[in-house]
Design a protein around this ligand. Structure first.
Ligand code: G3P
Length: 215
C-alpha cells in the first residue's frame, strides 16, 4: 500500500519524506489554510519535495470553472493531481480532464454509488472519507471494502485513497482490505513507528550495553 501524507505543511512533508516512505501528498483547502503562502507556491514546493502525485483541490462548483482551475494547477508541475468534489459537475469535469490527460482525485466520497460514479467518470483516484463517516456513526471502513470490491468486479483502474484517516488502526484496516493508498496526517504517521515496548527494549539494551562497555 502506498503512503501519502495528508498535509500542506512543508516541514512535516520534508521530515517524513526524508525517511523515504512517502509516495505522494494530498491537500485540501482546509489544510492549505493552515500554512502560510500562496496556494500555487505551496503546491510547487511540495512537488519539488516529494516525487509522487500531489493533490491540489479546485474550489469552483461548476464543471467549466473546475476545468479552468484544473488546467492552471496542472501547469504548476507534472505531478499535480486535481482534486474534484463528487458532484454532477465534478463528474463532468473529471471526464473532460481525462480527455485532456489531466489526472484527477475525486474527493468528498461517502457512498459506494459515489465511488462507482467517480471511477466510471475516469478519476485516477477516489478518496472515501473514512473518519468523517465514523464521526457520523457509520463504519467508514465498510466503504473501502465495498469500493475495492466494486472496482475489482468491473476492472476499474481508479486507485482507492483511504482518506480522513484518524488513527493507526485505520491504516492497519486499509492494509488488511488491500486498499491501494492511505493518505495519512503526519501525527498518525508518527504513531505508526511507535510502540512502548520498542522504547522499553531500547532502554534496557542500552543500559545492559553500558555494562559490556565497562569490561
Ligand atoms: O484527505 C481528506 C482529509 O484531509 C479529510 O480529513 O480529518 O478533515 O476528515 P478530516
Amino acid at each position: 500500500m502506498k503512503i501519502f501524507l495528508d498535509t500542506a505543511d512543508i516541514n512535516q512533508i520534508r521530515e517524513a519524506a526524508a525517511i523515504g516512505l512517502v509516495d505522494g501528498v494530498t491537500t485540501n483547502p482546509t489544510l492549505v489554510s493552515r500554512v502560510e503562502g500562496k496556494f500555487e507556491d505551496i503546491i510547487r514546493e511540495i512537488c519539488e519535495t516529494v516525487d509522487g502525485p500531489v493533490s491540489a483541490e479546485v474550489v469552483s462548483l461548476d464543471a467549466a470553472g473546475m476545468v479552468e482551475e484544473a488546467k492552471k494547477l496542472a501547469a504548476i508541475h507534472k505531478n499535480v493531481v486535481i482534486k474534484i468534489p463528487m458532484t454532477k459537475d465534478g463528474a463532468r469535469a473529471i471526464r473532460e480532464l481525462k480527455t485532456l490527460g489531466i489526472r484527477t482525485n475525486c474527493t468528498l466520497v461517502f457512498s459506494a454509488n459515489q465511488a462507482y460514479i467517480a471511477a466510471k467518470a475516469g478519476a485516477s483516484y477516489v478518496s472515501p472519507f473514512i473518519g468523517r463517516l465514523d464521526d457520523a456513526g457509520a463504519v467508514g471502513m465498510d466503504l473501502i471494502r465495498e469500493t475495492m470490491q466494486i472496482y475489482e468486479n468491473y476492472g476499474f483502474d481508479t486507485e482507492v485513497i483511504v482518506a480522513s484517516v484518524r488513527h493507526p488502526l485505520h491504516v492497519v484496516e486499509s492494509l488488511m482490505i488491500g486498499a491501494h493508498i492511505a493518505t495519512i496526517p503526519s501525527g498518525v504517521f508518527e504513531k505508526m513507528f511507535k510502540h512502548p515496548l520498542t522504547d522499553k527494549g531500547i532502554d534496557s539494551f542500552l543500559a545492559d550495553w553500558e555494562k559490556v562497555k565497562s569490561r
